[in-house]
Design a protein around this ligand. Structure first.
Ligand code: 2BA
Length: 109
């Protein structure tokens, strides 16, 4: 069994959950916040059997779109000695950021 941790944009969450559930995957949704933009995003946890892993990845790839976002300069740079006036920057937010872990044990009590 494999464990997919997928950080996605809020706009894609509802459709992705629907598509995964329709195909029989089990999904847990977490409301999360990106450290860089300090904006909300969504993290999905999906435990899958090895043979169904690639199909789940295909669904995530199909649904999740990259988007450009305008963000203020990282707050860590503002107000520091010698720092410059904050200016907006454009970043491309994935798609999806995905971590895949091997599951040692899966227990339901
Ligand atoms: P955020 O940390 O809010 O980052 C949003 C977007 O800002 C990133 O999109 C990237 O385009 C840009 N960005 C992030 N850190 C940057 C930096 N130090 N300098 C310049 N630009 C930077 P994505 O790479 O698609 O990431 C989307 C979200 O996925 C992130 O939101 C974060 O919540 C998560 N994420 C990405 N990589 C991660 C990692 N290695 N570990 C944990 N979470 C990660």
């Amino acid at each position: 069994m494999l464990f997919i941790i997928a950080i996605i944009q809020d706009e894609d969450a509802s459709r992705l959950i629907n598509e995964l559930m329709t195909e029989g995957y089990r999904v847990t949704k977490l409301a999360t916040t990106g450290g860089f933009l300090r904006a909300g995003n969504t993290t999905l946890l999906v435990g899958v059997d090895d043979e169904r892993f690639q199909a789940a990845m295909d669904i995530i790839e199909k649904v999740c779109k990259s988007r450009k976002q305008i963000a203020p300069s990282p707050s860590s740079m503002v107000g520091m000695p010698g720092s410059y006036t904050p200016y907006p920057i454009e970043v491309v937010v994935g798609g999806a950021t995905i971590f895949v872990l091997s599951v040692d044990q899966f227990v339901k009590l």
